[in-house]
Design a protein around this ligand. Structure first.
Ligand SMILES: NC(=O)c1ccc[n+]([C@@H]2O[C@H](COP(=O)([O-])OP(=O)(O)OC[C@H]3O[C@@H](n4cnc5c(N)ncnc54)[C@H](O)[C@@H]3O)[C@@H](O)[C@H]2O)c1
Ligand SMILES: [Zn+2]
Ligand SMILES: [Zn+2]
Length: 345
């Protein structure tokens, strides 16, 4: 089969590799019918995620059809259409039992396209298949469902819920890529008084408006702190959500919040960021970090098509054989306007 293989920083290729086989009896082999590229894949290619080694098949989001299941798989049958979640769950460890699948100590967590081969391929081996996939509901398209593999639960859990967005809040979202936009869409569920999106790319800020941002700030031209202070009588935002993953944006998010506010970091960071404790020690702020758990997937599935419009994320379609072009389009989002690119066989 063919797959998108990582060969070290800035190196990747769509190439011939062995088709995956069942290893554990809790595995399933899934034929990938739709997959996509995440900002985290770009971080991997930058060399920010050193656990990913030469030869790894990238990708942690997919919708596909089960081809084969191990003897211990109870809920899936060959022919079932499933969502493959970015987080795998052993289902039995302490963290899985608390719904904190991202922290799974039983061999799950973020493993696909990270510690084991992933979903940017014609086939993938999905460990702990019962707890790591969701049956595709009838009437939901592959590409809508695909948005639930990572971005929608990430924006909602790590941004909106960790940030404790409340009705009436002023919410600043730093970074308006698919993750920031998911946080905007998720924050809307809680009726904030205002959402302020901050990004360097005008195309992404335009998208932020479509997704429900009330105010957009291009921080290449405008000072976001000045804008937020102007909107809040100098107090600051109730919640700042960081959805970029570089020191400058984390440090910016911390400066944007009011006393007793929340900073919810979503970005994957490869460099140390400075926490100015000398400025905030007395401001009673809460800062959270998080790897998505995907415990919200069933909730988000019920909101699809009503409050959550997954189709708005999909801007480009490619055949899997055009993976290099898809990466290029996604990585140059400021020029291409790409949000999520969908790849099909
Ligand atoms: N915590 C998790 O579980 C989790 C899950 C998925 C993705 N992520 C991370 O979330 C982050 C966002 O993912 P994405 O897919 O939206 O990525 P993306 O690369 O598509 O979007 C990042 C956005 O940040 C903007 N940006 C870059 N530098 C900026 C700056 N200095 N100021 C303001 N904006 C700036 C870019 O223009 C872009 O719109 C990444 O770090 C990704 O790794 C985390
Ligand atoms: Zn991801
Ligand atoms: Zn576990």
């Amino acid at each position: 089969m063919r797959a998108l293989v990582y060969h070290g920083p800035n190196l990747k290729a769509w190439e011939e590799v062995p088709k995956p086989v069942l290893i554990d009896d809790t595995d399933a082999i899934v034929r990938i019918e739709a997959t996509t590229i995440c900002g985290s894949d770009l971080h991997i290619l930058k060399g920010d995620v050193p656990e990913v080694t030469d030869g790894r098949i990238l990708g942690h989001e997919a919708v596909g059809t089960v081809e084969e299941v191990g003897a211990a798989v109870k809920n899936l049958r060959p022919g079932d259409r499933v969502l493959v979640s970015c987080i795998s769950a052993c289902g039995a460890c302490r963290f899985c039992r608390e719904g904190r699948f991202g922290q799974c100590t039983g061999g799950g967590g973020w493993i696909l396209g990270h510690l084991i081969d992933g979903t940017q391929a014609e086939y993938a081996r999905v460990p702990f298949a019962d707890a790591s996939t969701y049956p595709a509901p009838a009437g939901v398209t592959d590409e809508d469902l695909l948005m639930l593999a990572d971005i929608l639960p990430t924006g909602y859990e790590v941004g909106v819920l960790n940030g404790h967005v409340q009705p009436g809040d002023v919410v600043a979202v730093v970074g308006a890529g698919p993750i920031g936009l998911s946080a905007i869409m998720g924050a809307r569920l809680f009726s904030p008084s205002m959402i302020v999106a901050v990004d360097l790319a005008d195309s992404r800020l335009e998208a932020a408006k479509q997704f429900g941002a009330d105010v957009i700030v291009n921080n290449g031209r405008q000072d976001p702190l000045e804008v937020i202070n102007g909107l809040t009588g100098g107090l600051g935002a109730d919640v700042a959500i960081e959805a970029v993953g570089i020191p400058a944006t984390f440090e910016l998010a911390v400066t944007l919040i009011r006393p007793c506010g929340h900073v919810a970091n979503i970005g994957v960071h490869g460099q140390p960021a400075t926490l100015h404790l000398e400025r905030i020690w007395g401001r009673d702020v809460t800062i959270t970090t998080g790897l998505v758990d995907t415990y919200s997937t069933p909730t988000l599935l019920r909101l699809l098509g009503h409050q959550l419009h997954a189709e708005r994320f999909v801007t480009h379609h490619f055949a899997m054989s055009d993976f290099p072009a898809a990466y290029d389009t996604f990585a140059r989002a400021a020029d291409t306007g790409a949000l999520k690119v969908v790849l099909t066989p």
